[in-house]
Design a protein around this ligand. Structure first.
Ligand code: MLT
Length: 263
C-alpha cells in the first residue's frame, strides 16, 4: 500500500489493531523483510512495516542522512495518525531507531533493536561504503546482493533454509541503484550512537541471531549493558536477518515483549 505524507509517498503494509509497532528494515531490504511478523501480529498490536526512503514503493528522501530519515518516519507516523509507537529496527533500521530516539523521543513508547549496533562506521567501513557506491553504479543491485548475501544469513540458514536465502536474495536484488547509493551515504555518515544508549528510558528488547556475523552478539551485549530498561534475547540457528531466518522465535520474543511491557 502507499501512504501520502508531508515528505512524499511511503510504501507500507499493516496488520492487526491496537498498540502501534512500526518496523524499519535493514540494508538493502524493503518492508517485505517483516512479512512473517505481519502475518503473526501479536494480539492487541497494530504492526506496520515501512519501506525506507527509496526502497520498495517509497520516494527517496531529500537528504540521504539518518537524521533526515528519522523526520521522514515521523511524517509517516503523522499520516497514519499515530502519536506514539513501539519502534523496531533491524540493523540499518536499528541505526535509524537511535536517530528517532534522539530527535523525536516523545513519539517512542518502546524499542526493538534487532541485529544492530550502536557504533558508527570505522574509517575502513566508510571506505567500503564508497567502494560499494561505485560498484552499484557500475554493476547494479545484483552485485550488491551477491556481496551482501553471505553475511546476511547464518550458517544454519545457509545449510538448511534455502527458501529464506532466496527470499532475501530476491529482496536485495529488487532494490534500486539510487536507493542503495543514498542508503550507503546515510550509513556512512551516521554518528556514533553509543552515547545515546544511556539516554534511552523506554522498555527495549534487543534481539540477535547467535550466528550473526555482520552485527555479532557482542554488539547486542554492549547495548544491553548500556540501556537501563533492556532485555536481551538470542536466537539460536539464526544470523543477521533473524526475523526471516527464524520467524517463529522472533515472533515469540516480539509478542512476549509487547504483551509483558504494554498490556
Ligand atoms: C543492514 O543489514 O542493515 C546492514 O548490514 C547494515 C550495515 O551495513 O551496517
Amino acid at each position: 500500500m502507499k501512504l501520502q505524507t508531508a515528505r512524499g509517498t511511503v510504501g507500507f503494509e499493516e496488520s492487526g489493531s491496537g498498540l502501534p509497532v512500526v518496523l524499519l528494515h535493514g540494508f538493502p531490504h524493503d518492508r517485505t523483510l517483516w512479512a512473517a511478523q505481519l502475518a503473526a501480529a501479536p494480539a492487541g498490536a497494530r504492526m506496520i512495516a515501512l519501506d525506507l526512503p527509496g526502497f520498495g514503493e517509497s520516494d527517496s528522501a531529500e537528504v540521504p542522512s539518518l537524521d533526515h530519515w528519522a523526520d521522514w518516519v515521523v511524517a509517516a507516523l503523522d499520516a497514519l495518525a499515530i502519536e506514539r509507537a513501539v519502534i523496531g529496527g533491524l540493523s540499518m533500521g536499528g541505526y535509524l531507531a537511535f536517530a528517532l530516539w534522539r530527535r523525536h523521543p516523545q513519539r517512542i513508547l518502546g524499542l526493538i533493536l534487532a541485529d544492530t549496533r550502536a557504533g558508527a562506521d570505522t574509517l575502513e567501513g566508510q571506505e567500503k561504503r564508497v567502494a560499494m557506491q561505485a560498484q552499484v553504479l557500475k554493476e547494479g543491485p545484483g552485485a550488491i546482493a551477491a556481496a551482501m548475501l553471505p553475511g546476511m544469513v547464518g550458517k544454519t540458514t545457509r545449510a538448511e533454509r534455502p527458501r529464506a536465502v532466496e527470499y532475501l536474495d530476491a529482496m536485495m536484488r529488487r532494490a534500486s541503484v539510487e536507493a542503495i547509493h543514498d542508503a550507503l551515504d546515510a550509513l556512512r555518515t551516521r554518528p556514533d550512537s553509543t552515547p545515546t544508549l544511556a539516554t534511552i528510558t523506554v522498555p527495549t528488547l534487543i534481539i540477535c541471531g547467535e550466528e550473526d556475523v555482520l552485527t555479532p552478539v557482542k554488539e547486542s551485549e554492549a547495548m544491553h549493558a548500556a540501556i537501563a530498561d533492556a532485555q536481551l534475547a538470542l536466537i539460536p540457528g539464526a544470523g543477521h536477518a533473524s526475523c526471516v531466518e527464524h520467524p517463529s522465535a522472533f515472533n515469540a520474543l516480539l509478542s512476549g515483549f509487547v504483551q509483558a511491557r504494554f498490556p
